[in-house]
Design a protein around this ligand. Structure first.
Ligand SMILES: Cc1cc2nc3c(=O)[nH]c(=O)nc-3n(C[C@H](O)[C@H](O)[C@H](O)COP(=O)(O)OP(=O)(O)OC[C@H]3O[C@@H](n4cnc5c(N)ncnc54)[C@H](O)[C@@H]3O)c2cc1C
Length: 290
């Protein structure tokens, strides 16, 4: 039987010391909802688990300097989904967290774990893309901040070095004139990894007219992607249901999906277009009601 050492540091310095000591034999554990599955399936076999649950520097959700919101890596999906600050300032992230897994997974799983797993199907990631978030990382060489799009380098590949951890994520507050939606398609309504997801943020000038349009697609490429073709088509154009339908059909141009057990390439392309259309229609009716 192999022995697994478990360390529970209570500060960042202690965490970094343990990462240095154990090197490639260490794995950081937060909620464990991804990692424990990998340990069970023998996809990873670390000699030491470093549980960061008692490190205060990775906890909390707060308004920060420069009109920013900061979310600690150990914040669970349940905490983010119910946070008054997040619901008011970035409702899209609260909505994305509310759709992760099931209540049990949301109570254990963290935003730091979701980012560090670096899956293109991670539900917080499209929301963080359209919020143009930055990831705060700490390691033996100090602190650094990486724009969210540069953090992800491929499926399960991120900019994180083995001796670093994610401290938190931050983004600028959006004003009241911003509208958003997050749509996810899974095989079921809960406990389902995304087959496709779409996140949208835009500044509503008047019903159907958006500037500062940001659209991100999940599960349709090796990483989450910004849908630049769609963004350019929506920006400063007066949308009605017909133009929204036409523009939504362009979403496949921003996708390079694969076929896997959850869905074929063609299905993913089609559903990216459909989810975007559904979301845009909901915005049009919501703006008209304002
Ligand atoms: C049944 C089930 C359903 C699920 N449904 C969904 C879903 O609908 N949507 C979705 O997006 N995900 C889903 N997941 C995946 C998972 O729950 C999430 O990705 C979750 O956010 C992972 O967070 P965690 O804290 O549990 O990470 P952990 O399992 O603790 O860690 C995951 C990885 O990240 C690393 N890590 C964790 N925190 C840090 C940190 N701060 N710094 C550096 N490295 C770190 C770990 O070393 C590990 O490699 C599901 C998982 C299960 C088992």
């Amino acid at each position: 039987m192999t022995r697994l050492h478990v360390a529970i540091p209570t500060s960042i310095d202690e965490t970094l010391g343990l990462l240095e000591k154990w090197g490639h034999d260490a794995a950081v554990i937060a909620g464990g909802t991804d990692l424990v599955v990998e340990l069970k399936d023998k996809l990873k076999s670390p000699k030491a688990l470093i549980d960061i649950g008692r490190v205060p520097e990775v906890r909390g959700i707060r308004e920060a300097e420069g009109n920013h919101v900061w979310i600690g890596a150990m914040s669970t999906h349940a905490e983010i989904a119910s946070s008054t600050v997040v619901k008011e300032i970035a409702p899209i992230l609260a909505k994305a967290c509310a759709q992760v897994g099931s209540p049990q997974i949301r109570n254990r799983g963290t935003i730091g774990g979701n980012m560090s797993t670096a899956s293109p199907a991670g539900d917080t990631i499209p929301a963080l893309y359209v919020l143009e978030a930055s990831v705060e990382i700490i390691g033996p060489r100090g602190k650094r901040t990486v724009p969210i799009e540069s953090f992800f380098q491929g499926p399960k590949k991120s900019a994180l070095a083995p001796d670093e951890i994610v401290l938190g994520v931050k983004f600028q507050k959006l004003g009241k004139e911003y509208v958003s939606f997050f749509r996810k398609l899974g095989q079921r309504k809960s406990l389902a990894i995304s087959i496709v997801s779409v996140a949208f943020v835009g500044k509503c000038q008047k019903p159907g007219l958006f500037t500062d349009v940001r659209v991100a697609l999940g599960s349709v490429a090796p990483t989450v992607v910004r849908a630049r073709t769609v963004e350019n088509a929506i920006r400063e154009k007066q949308l009605d249901p017909k133009t929204a339908e036409y523009i939504s059909k362009l979403a496949f141009r921003d996708c390079v999906p694969i076929t896997d057990v959850r869905g074929s390439k063609g299905y993913r392309e089609q559903m990216a277009c459909n989810l975007l259309y559904e979301g845009l229609l909901s915005l049009l009716s919501c703006c008209e009601a304002c």
